[in-house]
Design a protein. Sequence first.
Length: 216
Amino acid sequence: MAAERECRRPRGIERPRILAGDPRGPAGLAASRIQGQPRAGRFTYAVYGLIYGVLLAFTIVVAWQRFAETEQLVMHEATLLSELWRDSVVARPFMRDDIEKNLIAYAQSVIDDEWPAMAAHGRAHPQTERLYERLWGLTYHFEPSTKIQEAYMAEFLGRMNELSAARRLRVLHSRMEIHGVLWMVLVIGAVPTVAYPCSSPASTPGSRSRSRGASC
């Protein structure tokens, strides 16, 4: 009967003596506390890691959505510039040349001047602003003399209004960023996430075998 009640365990591994006595005694009570503490710690760490992972994933998704929206705005603005170039073909030669030169200068200034200014300060660059206002000034002097020019003038003004909206939204999107409090929570929360596994003792095959023998 004693042999039947004996728990199966790998050969060469001895049952810990601290658990051989009465579990209601001081030694058994202390052993149960020692066994229960790591399980509680692992459970707490798992819940904490889950909450931190959800928060981190939420931050990444929000940042990626803002990046995608800004990319769409930039692509739309570049498309409008090409359409304005096409619509200026019906203008008078001197007007057409001025419009094309200012469109090229505006696009180059957005790349060279305004993009770094948005990254550093979240605002438009004065040089790009002057070129943008010059484009509007040219449209005020555009006097159509034929029905075709009138139709293209209407399309040109409509696309200039779309360009204004795309430009304004692009500058506003450059001011959007992850809140400082959220950054602080992510940084501080990463400390226990990394520190707990590093501070935990490494598990060896012998210790796992002893744990299985003790559970029997």
